[in-house]
Structures are given as C-alpha cells and as structure tokens.
Design a protein around this ligand. Structure first.
Ligand code: AMP
Ligand code: TRP
Length: 355
C-alpha cells in the first residue's frame, strides 16, 4: 500500500506582531521540524482579511511576520516560506471545500463564535468560512502533519472531516482516475485523495497566557500591549512588561500543587520553563520560597537573552523589504508547483472540464 509522503504545513496570520505565545507554541517547533521533514510555512494573508481590512497594515504585517519567521530560524533554503494569496489555488480549493463542508460544522467553531460576537448575522461570510480555507491550505499540499498551538485543534479536526468527506463523496472517481492513495479507515481500505492530517499540538502547557490576566491566552488582538511580549520588543520593553506582569502576594511555591488556582504564577513559571528548556518542577526547585520580584528579574534576563538575537535579526530584515519579498516570491513559486499538480487532480476529480 503506498502512503502519503510526510509533509509539514503550518501558518500564522499577519494581523499584528508575533508574540511569545506564537514563538513558544508554534514557531520554535517549526524551526526544529525543518531538520527532519519537508516543511511548508505560510503567512496566511487571506485569513487576515477576515479581521484586518487595512491594506497598508496588511502589507506591512505580512513582511513583518515573514521577518519573524526567518529571524526565529526558518530557513528558506530548507523550507518553503511564502504568503498564501500568491498561490491562487488556495482560494480555488477553498471553494470546492465550501461545497463539501456543512454550515453546521462552521457554526460550531469556537473561534467563529468568539470573533463574531453576539451579532452573528453581521459577521463576514469569510469569518464563517475561515476553517474551510484553512483546510485548503493544508490539503492543497496533501500535508500529513500540522504543528500548531492548542487553540487550533478544533480547526484541524474540521480539516480531517473535510478530507474524509471529500475522499468518501468522490471515492469512485478517485479510484477510476487512479489518483488516490489506499488508506485504512477503520476496518476498510479506501482510496483517498487527501490524507487525514495528524495534528501536532503543543499541549495546554505550551499555551502562553496574557501577562495581565492569567485566564486569557496571550493574543495579538489584546488591546493592552502590556499583555504580551512581542518578538520585536527591545530588552527594556521586555523587562518592563515582565516587571508589570500581574501576580499575587504569595511567594513562588516549591511544588506544582502550589500553583493551583494561581493562573498568573503558573503562567510565568511555565514561560520560564519553556524558555530555559526545563520542566516546571525544576524551576520551582530553584525558585521555591523566593519573592516574585526576584523571580521576575531572573525571568526578564532569560527572556532578553533568548529573544534579543531574534529581535535584532528581525529589525535587520524589516529594514530590507526587497530581500523579504524575494524570499516570498521564491517560496511562492515552489509552492505553486505542488499546488497546481494537486489542484489539477482535484479539478479532474470533481468534474471541471479542462484541457
Ligand atoms: P495566530 O496568532 O492565531 O495566527 O497563531 C499562530 C500560531 O501560534 C498558531 O499555531 C497558534 O496556535 C499559536 N498560538 C497563538 N497564541 C498562542 C498562545 N498564547 N500560546 C501558545 N500558542 C499560541
Ligand atoms: N488559523 C490559524 C491560526 O489562527 C492560521 C492558519 C491558517 C493555519 N491556515 C493554516 C495554521 C494552516 C496551520 C495550517 O493560528
């Protein structure tokens, strides 16, 4: 039985600055995966249009996020790095998937519910269909693995549902054209065109929370800049944000149990652990009994040491937009080759007449 070639796909929206949550929850992992896998990393500008309609900001943000990718260690020679809108097949496949997915599936997405708020009738159709475009991003390259943060789990399950329904709805056609891959689904062997993608979720422990409220995730869209550490922040800003981070009056506990019900303390200890490559237990062994002032100073030093090389490289790259554009152009050209091959098969599968 042939199987799908292992391929990684992931992306982030250019809707503001990448922050520490994006870095620890996603980007750091993407960099590591380059050594073992074929990887495609995308700046999903079409997704950003659902919430960022300012054209100049979108252009700037696309370049900035690309700079962050490269500064963090994505290597455009090893991996394909490009912006989504350049490869037209993303929207073409998304349309096919809009006709596969059900409105009920989309209505159940928590991200849609959060972003649409109370007035759902007034949300854009793009916001509702967002996960269908995300499925297209992944399946256009027949990607088998998608490394993302915990918050994207539901979207990936939907991607699997779309792939399964497409494979199922068109199974005869896929078989007769001979373009499928035999795969086991339960006890049956089916011929599918799309893989049932495996999520690679960095668990809830890697969910970095807001510095102002330990119950909300660190987010690009939080109105308070003090809530997040941006990859572009200088050392002084990082130190100030950590100093001002919300905590409680108690000292750092010595045991994990002592973090229960202390969301902010738990988050800061988690950030320390992630940045230093340790377990939380170790951090607590080192800092148990100490006051937050002392812990925060150590955390700020660690964060600055880890992030400042990235920040400096990002600033250097942002000053050279021609280079960034050339990376995206080259990545787009390489992505297009794979995208067109698959889209051409999809057109044949669904019955679009072409030469
Ligand atoms: P986004 O900022 O929504 O475009 O997300 C880009 C990537 O970063 C996705 O894989 C998210 O799951 C991940 N991510 C976003 N915010 C956080 C956070 N606070 N903690 C961990 N991962 C995150
Ligand atoms: N929805 C993802 C997020 O908000 C971004 C995204 C779009 C994505 N398409 C993707 C992530 C494909 C992984 C694979 O983080």
């Amino acid at each position: 039985m042939n199987s799908f070639k292992e391929r990684i796909f992931s992306g982030a929206q250019p809707t503001g600055n990448l922050h520490l949550g994006n870095y620890l929850g996603a980007l750091k992992r993407w960099v590591e995966l380059q050594d073992s896998h074929d990887c495609i990393y995308c700046v999903v500008d079409m997704h950003a249009l659902t919430i960022l309609p300012d054209p100049v900001e979108l252009l700037n943000s696309t370049r900035e996020i690309t700079a962050a990718y490269l500064a963090a260690g994505l290597d455009p020679k090893k991996s394909i790095v490009f912006n989504q809108s350049r490869v037209r097949q993303h929207s073409e496949l998304a349309w096919v998937f809009n006709c596969i997915a059900r409105i009920g599936w989309m209505n159940r997405m928590t991200q849609f519910k959060d972003k649409a708020g109370k007035d759902r009738d007034n949300a854009s159709l793009g916001l509702l269909a967002y996960p269908s475009l995300m499925a297209a991003d992944i399946l256009l390259y027949r990607a088998t693995h998608v490394p993302v943060g915990d918050d994207q789990k539901q979207h990936l399950e939907l991607t699997r549902d779309i792939a399964q329904k497409f494979n199922n709805d068109y199974s005869d056609r896929i078989r007769s054209l001979g373009v499928g891959v035999e795969m086991a689904v339960g006890d049956e062997t089916v011929s599918g065109y799309f893989p049932i993608t495996e999520p690679m979720i960095s668990g809830p422990a890697m969910r970095i929370m807001s510095l102002r409220d330990g119950t909300k995730k660190m987010s690009k869209s939080d109105p308070s800049d003090l809530s997040r550490i941006n990859l572009i922040d200088d050392a002084e800003t990082i130190t100030k944000k950590i100093r001002k981070a919300k905590t409680d009056a108690d000292a750092i506990p010595s045991e994990i149990d002592g973090l229960k019900g202390r969301a902010e303390a738990d988050n800061l200890v988690g950030v320390f652990a992630a940045l230093s490559g340790q377990q939380k237990e170790q951090v607590l062994r080192d800092f148990g009994g100490k006051q937050f002032s002392e812990f925060k100073a150590a955390l700020a030093d660690l964060a600055v040491a880890q992030l400042s090389p990235i920040t400096q490289e990002m600033r250097r790259l942002i000053a050279d937009p021609a280079y960034i554009d050339s990376v995206l152009r080259d990545g787009g050209a390489r992505a297009s080759v794979i995208a067109e091959e698959n889209m051409n098969n999809v057109r044949n599968i669904v019955g679009f007449l072409q030469d």
